[in-house]
Ligand binder design. Structure first.
Ligand SMILES: NC(=O)c1ccc[n+]([C@@H]2O[C@H](COP(=O)([O-])OP(=O)(O)OC[C@H]3O[C@@H](n4cnc5c(N)ncnc54)[C@H](O)[C@@H]3O)[C@@H](O)[C@H]2O)c1
Ligand SMILES: [Fe+2]
Length: 345
């Protein structure tokens, strides 16, 4: 954000409005507890009134956690889970520069606890930014591999949400719309980063997905991707993408009729097929999209197979502990989660 000049643009605009700034630009990747501590220190020391988060999901999630820690006691670890935040924090303006997380409209923040190597999911209505500025022009500079990872992350949100046991009628509308847009425009945004129409549609799709999963829920894919990301330092979008097809193949049997709708939203020709066959067609199209935008598999990420196998037990326990797998229409056991990790390698 600093290197490509976005920070200067923001700072200059705020200065024109006579707003004093304290800059914290050390969030270079997925947020860890130390970023939150440092950011909160800067916030408090400078007697700041509000936060402006500029960047992908990482800076936006960090700003949410800073807002939380600026107004609540203890450590960020104390707030893992849902509804533990008692005090509303200073307001947040979120300006996403990736079309992916939807964090600008959600009540969640995900912070890595570096002592325990766990990605903590914290949920509270107090974490929802007061203002979200979704400007697709800011995403024109996103490199190709990040366009792929963030786009597949948004697709994972809308698909998981749609097949979740906590699905909701209004969220359904946003989910299907988001799936259609991503199917149509992700390849274009990936192939040509300057394609303004594709970038706009992708940003809208990520926003739709965010609004949807904020009201219902993600499921097994996100649940299993957090431990993978925390232990092997795989970025959020990629850790979801490498697990997506195998997790969905597992989940189909819990709610096949909803998978048929996903398949149709992705353009599958389901004429003459049974619901189960149609559902599987959808998973094939998801796999193809991942291949087309060059998403690697776990092996392709350079993770050592022995290390991976030795971590299976911890990853499966952590996945279940974060709660998301339980929202899957087919509830997985620990053994089943281990099998899915093995199969995804
Ligand atoms: N709060 C939520 O609801 C929610 C939902 C999903 C994911 N997340 C979290 O969001 C984080 C991932 O966010 P992300 O996928 O947006 O990635 P990110 O914020 O980590 O950014 C990835 C990379 O892209 C670069 N980048 C971002 N915008 C750019 C631009 N316009 N031009 C050039 N480079 C750019 C960043 O500098 C960084 O190197 C994870 O920590 C994940 O857990 C949060
Ligand atoms: Fe996500």
């Amino acid at each position: 954000m600093t290197d490509i000049g976005y920070v200067d643009r923001l700072v200059n605009n705020l200065k024109k409005q006579h707003v004093e700034i304290s800059l914290f630009n050390e969030v270079d990747t997925e947020p860890i507890d130390q970023y939150v501590e440092k950011g909160t220190h800067i916030f408090n020391e400078n007697h700041c009134d509000f936060l402006v988060a500029l960047g992908g999901g990482s800076p936006i999630d960090t700003a949410k956690a800073i807002s939380l820690m600026a107004s609540n006691p203890g450590e960020v670890q104390n707030y893992m889970g849902f509804g533990k935040v008692k005090q509303e924090g200073p307001p947040i303006v979120a300006i996403p520069t990736t079309a992916g997380t939807g964090s600008e409209v959600t009540q969640f923040t995900i912070i890595t606890d570096t002592k325990n190597n766990v990605k903590m999911l914290i949920g509270s209505e107090y974490l929802i930014p007061q203002i979200a500025i979704d400007d697709p022009a800011l995403t024109l500079s996103v490199p190709q591999n990040i366009t792929a990872a963030t786009g597949i992350n948004a697709l994972t949100h809308s698909i998981e949400d749609y097949i979740s046991r906590r699905h909701q009628p209004l969220a359904d509308i946003f989910d299907l719309s988001s799936i259609r847009r991503i199917t149509k425009y992700l390849r274009r945004a990936w192939a040509n980063g300057d394609d303004e129409e594709a970038r706009s549609e992708m940003m809208l799709a990520a926003l739709e997905a965010g609004i949807a999963f904020n009201n219902s829920s993600v499921t097994i894919v996100h649940g299993m991707s957090r431990p993978l990301g925390a232990l092997f330092h795989v970025s959020h979008g990629i850790s979801n993408a490498v697990l997506l097809p195998t997790c969905l193949e597992y989940a189909i049997m819990g709610i096949p009729e909803r998978f048929v709708m996903v398949a149709e939203a992705m353009g599958a020709n389901t004429i003459g097929l049974s619901p189960l066959e149609s559902a599987k067609e959808g998973v094939k199209l998801i796999k193809q999209l991942c291949v087309d935008v060059e998403i690697p598999n776990i092996f392709g990420l350079g993770i050592d197979k022995n290390d991976f196998m030795q971590s299976l037990d911890k990853m499966a326990s952590d996945a279940l502990a974060n709660g998301s797998p339980n929202n899957t229409a087919r509830k997985p056991s620990k053994e089943e989660i281990i099998k899915i990790y093995e199969k995804s390698f």
